[in-house]
Design a protein around this ligand. Structure first.
Ligand SMILES: *Cc1c(COP(=O)(O)O)cnc(C)c1O
Length: 408
């Protein structure tokens, strides 16, 4: 800051710097930061692409040089490649509150949304239920895929704001696809309440966990979620384009009828028979040959979760976002940026979105000064807070730099 010491701005800043130091000292996840490759950039874009865990490069090098280079085809069995999708699914399961055997890793989130939504309509198996509800504020891919899934299953797609979902449900609803945390404003939707409302209407609930898994407790089993999907390159740090996952509740697995029944989901894939017989359990959600390099990078990335309580992650996430809002309030000139993220904790994900004129240019200046977030057109600055590696000192610096950029 350019203010001379003794000025009110300087006093405010040293107060918040001091608070950050105390909050960092009391942070039980503080040591986790060492498990990531970071520099002196304040990285607040882990909700788009998580930072690289230190263990990943050596593991990927080994997979390439030894498992592929030396063992070649033998690795499908000897290195456990073939069973990686369900094995890694079981590593993700505890992070979303799922018992083992219900999560399979593979394909993109978009593809898994398609599988889950079509399968949900097939599970309901009732032609009088001719509507699919979709979160109207959702990440666009969810809406695009849902529209096609509706067309293919002969249903009508009904986009509704999450706040109006409960009143839109009825005897015609087959399934509802909802986002747990809105990617744009960072609102956390009521997963237990909405899932119960969907069930009361006799329909199935499909949740998109892209912006919640790894940032807060989801508890899919406890809340009776039917199907869920999520990506692994945001808060799970799996790397660019790392494979997504599909959760199919145990009680639905036997009747789960995939619209993409590739040979990897066959009960006996190497039988190479003409007739399709679905595998039991989570592997029924597989399609074709898994992308082993990305998948095993993800597996190594998941080591950072060893010994981490997701409740501690949530507590730190809320403390980080609270502190960021406080820094914005202290440093940003009034009226220059306004939070669109809910102030109430039960409605907040792990990001803060600020409405700000010239958001694109502002973010460019922030990045040039070492504070990396992103923007969503036309006027949203997004800051994601990954509790495993973002410190309170980072948050204070981000707030101060934003204040300087917006005061210029
Ligand atoms: C990030 C994200 C996606 C990404 O889908 P891909 O198929 O991985 O590109 C989908 N839905 C939501 C809600 C997301 O936040």
């Amino acid at each position: 800051m350019s203010e001379p010491s003794g000025s009110p701005r300087h006093a405010e800043r040293s107060k918040l710097v001091d608070r950050a130091r105390k909050l960092d000292a009391g942070d039980e996840l503080r040591a986790k930061r060492e498990e990531f490759v970071l520099d002196d950039t304040v990285y607040l874009d882990g909700n788009s692409l998580g930072a690289l865990p230190r263990a990943v490069p050596a593991r990927v090098a080994d997979v390439v040089a030894r498992e592929w280079g030396e063992l070649r085809i033998r690795s499908w069995t000897e290195s456990g490649w073939w069973t990686a999708p369900e094995r890694i699914g079981d590593r993700i399961a505890p992070l979303i509150g799922a018992a083992p055997g219900q999560v399979v890793v593979g394909d993109s989130t978009s593809v898994n949304i398609f599988k889950a939504l079509v399968a949900a309509v097939r599970l309901v198996d009732d032609d009088t239920r001719d509507e699919i509800l979709v979160d109207a504020t959702t990440f666009p891919t969810d809406g695009y895929i849902a529209e096609s899934a509706a067309r293919m299953t002969g249903r009508r797609l009904v986009p509704v704001a999450p706040g109006e979902l409960a009143s839109a449900l009825g005897p015609r609803t087959a399934a509802a696809l909802v986002n747990h945390v809105d990617y744009r404003a960072g609102c956390l939707h009521d997963l237990p309440g909405l899932t119960a409302a969907v069930h009361d209407a006799g329909a199935l609930a499909v949740w998109d966990l892209c912006h919640s898994a790894g940032a807060l407790p989801v508890d899919v089993d406890a809340h009776g979620v039917d199907l869920a999907v999520g990506c692994t390159y945001k808060y799970l740090n799996g790397g660019p384009g790392s494979p997504a996952y599909l959760y199919v509740r145990a009680g639905h697995q036997e009747r789960f009828d995939s619209p993409l029944p590739g040979w990897n989901s066959h009960a006996d894939p190497f039988g190479m028979t003409a007739g399709y017989v679905p595998a039991a359990g989570a592997p029924r959600g597989r399609v074709g040959t898994p992308d082993i390099l990305s998948m095993l990078a993800l597996e190594a990335a998941l080591d950072v979760w060893d010994g981490v309580r997701i409740e501690a992650v949530r507590a730190k996430s809320l403390a980080l976002t609270d502190f960021f809002l406080e820094c914005v309030e202290a440093y940003v000139p009034k009226g220059r940026a306004e939070s669109v993220t809910p102030a109430a904790h039960p409605e907040r994900g792990s990001q803060v979105s600020l409405r700000c004129a010239d958001a694109a240019a502002v973010m460019e200046r922030l990045i040039a000064r070492g504070v990396v977030g992103d923007h969503r057109r036309p006027d949203i600055l997004r800051f994601g807070f990954t509790p495993l590696y973002v410190s309170f000192a980072d948050v204070e610096r981000a707030g101060a730099v934003l204040g300087e950029v917006l005061s210029a």
